[in-house]
Design a protein around this ligand. Structure first.
Ligand SMILES: [Zn+2]
Length: 429
C-alpha cells in the first residue's frame, strides 16, 4: 500500500512529465468501483482542461485543472495496487487500465489498478455541472445559515454597543466604514440580482460544502472566512444598510480570527485574507486539503496540540488520519524508534520533549523515503511497481528478531490496534 512518500513521488513524477499539458480526451473503463465521480462528468471536466500541477495532499494525488469556466481538481487515490503511468499513446494499454487522459503532446496519463481499491474523483466548486443532484442547494442552505448566525451575533453586539465598540467594529472594514455605507447598499442591490451575486453565492456554498464534508474544523474556517468576501452580498443582501454595515464589520473580524482559531486552518486562512472585503476579483477556488494536518510541515505547537490528552496508544494516534494525514505503518514505527518511544505508550503520557523528537523523527523518515523514491521515480511511474522504495534502511519495521542497529538487542513485534508494530525494547521506553 503506498504511503505518503510513495504518493509524493508518484505525484512529483507525473507533475514533471505532464505539467502545463492540455487534456484532449478522457476515457474510463466500465468498472464502477474506481469511479467516485460519474465517468461522464469526469470526462466533461477533464476534456480541454490544462494540467496546472500534480501534487500530493495526504495520500491523495491531486491534479489541478485550469478551465475557462472555473478551476477544478482531479483526485486520485492509489488504493492498494493503483499506479499512475505516463506513456506514449502507442504503448499498449496494460490490463486493468481504468482511466486514460490523452494529452496534446500525444502522451497519455493512465490509471492502472488490478485490485480496484483506488478511487478517481473530481473536486471543484464551479464548472458547467457543479452541484447537480441537490448538493449545491444543501450547501447553499448551510452557508446561508452560518452567515445568518453571524449577522445575528453582530446584531446582538450592536444592541449593547458602547462607545468603544463602534470604532472597533468599523475598523474591521478595509475602507472607511462611513464612506462604504452608501456603496455597500448600492452594491447589495445590484449583486442581489446580477450575475456577480449569483457567482459569489455559488462559491460561498461550495467552499462551505467541500469543507463541511471533510471536517468541521475546516468547514468553520471557510464559512467564517469566505462570507466576508464573496458571500456577503448574497447572504446579507437583504438587511438594511445600517444593519449590513454592522454585520460586515463583525464578519470581517470573524474572518480573521477564524484563521488562527483551529489547527490545520493556516493553509486556508491565507486564501481567505486575499479576498478581503471590497475585493471584487474572481472568486477563489477551494483547494482540496483533505482531513488532518500535513506531517511534513506541521509546527511544534500544532503537533503537541494534536496529541494532547489522548488515551489511545501513540502508535494508533500517529496512524489516525484525522490528526495527521498520510502517515502509515512503516513510518509510524520508524519515527517512534527515532523518538525512543514505545508504540504502545498512552499518548497522553508521552512528554513534550518526546513528542518533539517524534515530530522531527517523522519528518526525517518521510523526507528520507521521498529522497530515495525520487531517485527511482522513473521506474515507479513508467514501469513496474515500486522498485527503489523499500530499499530504505528500516531500523525496526519488519525486522522482528533481528538485532537493533543501535544496541544490538532483538527487535520485538506486537500488535496495536490491529497493526503490527515493531520496536526495540531497550532503545524505546
Ligand atoms: Zn535498541
Amino acid at each position: 500500500m503506498p504511503e505518503l512518500p510513495e504518493v509524493e513521488t508518484v505525484a512529483n513524477g507525473v507533475n514533471a512529465r505532464v505539467r502545463g499539458e492540455r487534456v484532449v480526451a478522457a476515457w474510463f473503463s466500465d468498472k464502477r468501483e474506481p469511479m467516485k465521480t460519474e465517468p461522464a462528468r469526469m470526462e466533461r471536466v477533464l476534456t480541454g482542461a490544462v494540467i496546472r500541477r500534480v501534487h500530493r495532499v495526504g495520500k491523495t494525488v491531486v491534479m489541478d485543472l485550469a478551465r475557462a469556466d472555473g478551476d477544478q481538481q482531479m483526485l486520485i487515490h492509489l488504493g492498494m495496487t493503483g499506479r499512475l503511468l505516463v506513456n506514449e499513446a502507442e504503448a499498449p494499454r496494460v490490463k486493468h487500465t481504468h482511466a486514460v487522459l490523452s494529452l496534446e503532446s500525444g502522451r497519455e496519463v493512465r490509471f492502472v489498478d488490478p485490485r480496484r481499491f483506488g478511487r478517481l474523483s473530481i473536486f471543484g466548486m464551479e464548472g458547467p455541472d457543479w452541484g447537480r443532484g441537490g448538493k449545491r442547494e444543501a450547501a447553499l442552505k448551510i452557508a446561508k445559515k452560518s452567515v445568518k448566525e453571524k449577522a445575528r451575533s453582530a446584531d446582538k453586539l450592536r444592541a449593547k454597543d458602547t462607545a468603544a465598540q463602534v470604532p472597533k467594529l468599523r475598523a474591521g472594514l478595509a475602507d472607511s466604514a462611513a464612506g462604504m455605507a452608501g456603496k455597500l447598499a448600492k452594491k447589495a442591490a445590484a449583486s442581489g440580482k446580477g450575475a456577480a451575486g449569483k457567482k459569489s453565492g455559488k462559491s460561498t456554498a461550495a467552499g462551505k460544502s467541500t469543507a463541511a464534508g471533510k471536517s468541521t474544523a475546516a468547514g468553520k474556517s471557510t464559512a467564517a472566512g469566505k462570507p466576508t468576501a464573496a458571500g456577503k452580498p448574497t447572504a446579507a443582501g437583504k438587511p438594511t444598510a445600517a444593519g449590513k454595515l454592522a454585520a460586515a464589520g463583525k464578519l470581517a473580524g470573524a474572518g480573521q480570527s477564524a484563521g488562527t482559531r483551529k489547527l490545520g486552518e493556516a493553509r486556508k486562512s491565507s486564501e481567505t485574507r486575499e479576498t478581503g472585503p471590497g475585493t471584487a476579483g474572481p472568486v477563489k477556488f477551494a483547494e482540496f486539503a483533505g482531513s488532518g494536518a500535513e506531517p511534513l510541515t506541521i509546527g511544534m505547537e500544532e503537533f503537541q496540540a494534536l496529541f494532547r490528552g489522548r488515551k489511545t496508544p501513540i502508535k494508533s494516534a500517529l496512524l489516525n488520519q484525522k490528526l495527521l494525514h498520510g502517515v502509515g505503518n512503516i513510518y509510524a514505527d520508524e519515527a517512534l524508534f527515532r523518538a525512543g518511544v514505545r508504540p504502545g505508550r498512552q499518548t497522553a503520557r508521552v512528554t513534550r520533549v518526546e513528542l518533539e523528537r517524534l515530530r522531527v523523527g517523522l519528518v526525517e523518515v518521510l523526507r528520507q523515503a521521498i529522497a530515495l523514491g525520487g531517485s527511482s521515480v522513473s521506474d515507479y511511474v513508467d514501469a513496474e511497481g515500486s522498485r527503489g522504495f523499500f530499499q530504505m534502511e528500516h531500523r525496526v519495521y519488519q525486522r522482528t528478531g533481528e538485532p537493533c542497529r543501535v544496541c544490538g538487542r532483538p527487535i520485538r513485534k506486537i500488535v496495536i490496534g490491529g497493526r503490527s508494530s515493531h520496536f526495540c525494547p531497550h532503545c524505546q521506553r
